[in-house]
Every structure is written in C-alpha cells, then in structure tokens.
Design a protein around this ligand. Sequence first.
Ligand SMILES: [Zn+2]
Length: 165
Amino acid sequence: MAYLQGEEPLPDNCLFCVTPRSEDAEAHIVHRNRLCYIMLNRFPYNNGHLMIVPYAHVATLEELDAETATELTKLSQLSLRVLREAYDPEGFNLGMNIGNVAGAGIADHVHLHIVPRWGGDTNYMTTTGQVRVIPEWLDQTYERLRPLFDRISTHSGQRTTKSQR
Ligand SMILES: [Zn+2]
C-alpha cells in the first residue's frame, strides 16, 4: 500500500525534496531544524528507524557545506537521545548509502539512517524486512517520538546556549 502511495520517486521528482512540503504528521516528520529535518523511514529495519535529511538536494556528504554537516551531526545526537528515551535500545547503526551500488534507495539526495538495535533483533529484522509496514505502525511511532523530539530539542538548545556563554 505504501509502495503504491508514492514511495518510489518519479524520475523528475525527489521524495526528500517534496516531503517537507507536507504536514509533519502526514509525512512522519518528527523534527524540523534550520538546515535538515528528521523523518521516519517508511520501510524501517527496526522500530524507530529514522532518517536525517538535509533540505539541500545534494548527492553526497562532501557536497554539504560545513554548517549543514554540523547540524546533521547535532541532529544525530538529538536522535540518539530521543531513541534511548523512547525505546531503550542497546545500540545503534548510523550510516549513509552513497550511490546506487551502495544500496541507496534515493541516490540523488544524501540522507543519514539511524537504526536502533537490540540483542537478538536479527530475527525481527529478517521477518519484517519482507513485509510492507502498514501505515498505522508508523503513525504510532510518530506519536511516540514527536513529543520527545519537541521536548528534548528544546532542552538541548537551552544547554547549548548556556555552554556558549
Ligand atoms: Zn532532493
């Protein structure tokens, strides 16, 4: 169903450029920052699988300007804080697939995957990897993570301001 609802971008279109034009809840955008946003992966490897996406349409990491690259890292930290509080994972995978040969689903627009991990979740991943995730699951994940992003990003911002004084 999700596949039919426009998962695959048209050749003259880009999902990551189009997504920010939608409402947050509809697009499962859990956080918007100045240069990047964070959304749920519609085909998660695990519960809480996030993607951090620069607004800029660039294909690879070294094309991001320093400011955007810095924000990407800060939002990675924020995401780990949120996911730890929401799901208490035992570890994380963070990574980018750059280029079609590396497995990038959307190779023209760079994005960072954040996947929470638990011991023994391989079976879960194997099972769910074959299954199209139903929208209700993503809605539940969104409802759980969005308030945490709102709260913890505000908190982190205050801490940053203090430390800069
Ligand atoms: Zn794009």
